[in-house]
Write a protein that binds this ligand. Structure first.
Ligand code: KMH
Ligand code: ZN
Length: 274
């Protein structure tokens, strides 16, 4: 018998990588749309979306975001679209707030400031609160991005004060250099601090992505992966597409006798309109 459905999020492109890292990175709107649709065919229900400008540089341009959301919705309206409010470490708070458009079902909401490789990813409390209020007013479900233990405590602080809805899933991002590494022990610690019945997902950056999948699903989590987080299918072998990464994750999930949620199921689990 199949066990509970696991929701897969595919983070299609992110803001950090370039074609020097992988020639297969989707960057122009039509490439991101196609890559998202393929990832959806392969088993992803949620697409975590960043966009790039015409030079391939990270962008938060609402016009490009709308174009991508519209293009995906036109072919597959069930996929859950999650816009990144994280952007890149260089983006201003003003730019990061402007991405909250009605086209998106969800938005990432990072729960504190963290070292991010050689940079600082800034998320002071008033900014988090402002984003959370805007999401609530626009009926956008936040995913609470947690890069270390203090960020989880911050999420619980906002939840307790009803600034963030109890329905918001937690998203652990492990393995960013300068933040919490992607180990079973660290995941166990974070998991032990979650409220009962909380929905959560986890991504592990880089080579720990695939080895951690079994632990994540056995602990009750959902899964995020994609070229934003990891570009390799296996050691030294670049993935040609986001769909290939999703397909590999689906095989691992199914081998553990879990099923993969399709988008309508995922909408129900997350309490999103279908
Ligand atoms: N690009 C990182 C600085 C998010 O999407 O919300 C932030 C990030 C998190 O990727
Ligand atoms: Zn992101």
């Amino acid at each position: 018998m199949k066990k509970r459905p696991v929701i897969i999020t595919c983070a299609l492109v992110g803001a950090e990588l370039s074609r020097k890292d992988t020639p297969y990175l989707p960057m122009q709107p039509h490439e991101i749309i196609r890559s998202g649709l393929e990832a959806g065919e392969a088993g992803a229900s949620i697409l975590h979306i960043h966009v790039r400008d015409e030079k391939g540089l990270p962008s938060l341009d609402p016009k490009i975001l709308k174009q991508v959301a519209f293009g995906i919705r036109a072919h597959n309206p069930n996929l859950i679209l999650q816009v990144s409010t994280g952007g890149s470490v260089k983006d201003s708070f003003q730019q990061r707030k402007k991405v909250l458009l009605s086209q998106f079902d969800m938005a990432s909401l990072s729960m504190g400031t963290t070292n991010f490789a050689n940079d600082i990813f800034l998320n002071p409390r008033p900014f988090i609160q402002d984003l959370a209020n805007k999401m609530s007013m626009q009926n956008i479900l936040p995913e609470l991005e947690i890069f270390n233990l203090a960020m989880l405590e911050e999420a619980l602080h906002f939840r307790k004060r009803n600034i963030i809805t109890d329905k918001a899933p937690f998203g652990f991002v492990l393995g960013v250099p300068g933040a919490l590494s992607a180990s079973f022990e660290n995941l166990t610690l974070l998991h032990s601090r979650l409220p009962a019945k909380a929905l959560w997902t986890c991504t592990c950056i880089g080579k720990r992505q695939f080895p951690m999948i079994k632990e994540i699903v056995h602990m009750g989590g959902n899964l995020r992966l994609g070229m934003e987080d990891n570009i390799y299918l296996s050691k030294g072998k670049l993935a040609f597409s986001n769909a290939q990464l999703v397909q590999k994750a689906v095989r691992i999930i199914n081998s553990e006798k879990y099923e993969v949620a399709h988008p309508k199921m995922a909408r129900k689990i997350l309490g999103l309109p279908s």
